[in-house]
Design a protein around this ligand. Structure first.
Ligand code: GRF
Length: 210
């Protein structure tokens, strides 16, 4: 059976959405021993462990230990879900084409941190989230699916984040399902989704059926 390993650093609500969607999660690994999400995974009898990055002398050494832990599960896909470590090039190369991330903006806008606050600062009218393949360039890489939400006049970073997060929890399970079902075709920087209808539906908004 196909399986995924999920990497988290904190709350783990995206990981929880993936588990609750019934996806085959073999393990959850965190760089942060205090990550709240580890406890949830254990309640579902999913193997959950921490590899504390602070115990390693450098990024490459940490990434090597992480690789060893991940590869023990022989996963088909590695899912970053709020994993707050920059990954080294050897790590990204090792998992090329089977390492995905979710980012809380409509990429390529607002790479990096504080995306909701920056979106409000720029006065954008539409914001959202993106699932993409990971490359060695931070928050870049072929886009699999995006969801858009409106930005409202009285939004704060927290209200906007909550509206985006609800969409993250919809599109991440969809992206993982597509991957495991072999419906994702990656060609250069472009992703094609093979749907039953032969079409390609990769932008979602609240109210649009997945
Ligand atoms: C999400 O907003 C995700 O897009 C970003 O970090 C946050 C993680 O939240 N990469 P959670 O840990 O999944 O609740």
């Amino acid at each position: 059976m196909k399986s995924v390993v999920i990497l988290i650093s904190g709350r783990g609500s995206n990981m929880q959405a993936l588990v609750e969607a019934g996806l085959p999660v073999a393990a959850v690994i965190s760089n942060n021993p205090a990550a709240e999400g580890l406890a949830f995974a254990r309640t579902r009898n999913i193997s959950a462990h921490a590899i504390n990055h602070r115990a390693f002398s450098d990024r490459v050494a940490f990434d090597a230990a992480l690789t060893e832990a991940i590869d023990a599960y022989k996963p088909d896909l590695i899912v970053l879900a709020g994993f707050m470590r920059i990954l080294s090039e050897p790590f990204v190369d090792h998992y090329q084409g089977r390492l995905i991330n979710i980012h809380p903006s409509l990429l390529p806008a607002f790479t990096g941190l504080d995306t909701h606050q920056r979106a409000l600062g720029e006065g954008v009218k539409i914001h959202g989230c993106t699932v993409h393949f990971v490359t060695s360039q931070l928050d870049h890489g072929p886009i699999i699916i995006q969801a858009a939400v409106p930005v409202l006049a009285d939004d704060t970073p927290a209200t906007l984040a909550a509206r985006v997060l609800a969409q993250e929890h919809r599109i991440y399970p969809q992206a993982v399902r597509w991957f495991l079902q072999g419906q994702i075709v990656l060609a250069g920087n472009h992703v094609e989704i093979k749907t039953a209808a032969g079409g390609q539906e990769v932008l979602y908004s609240p109210g649009i059926e997945l």
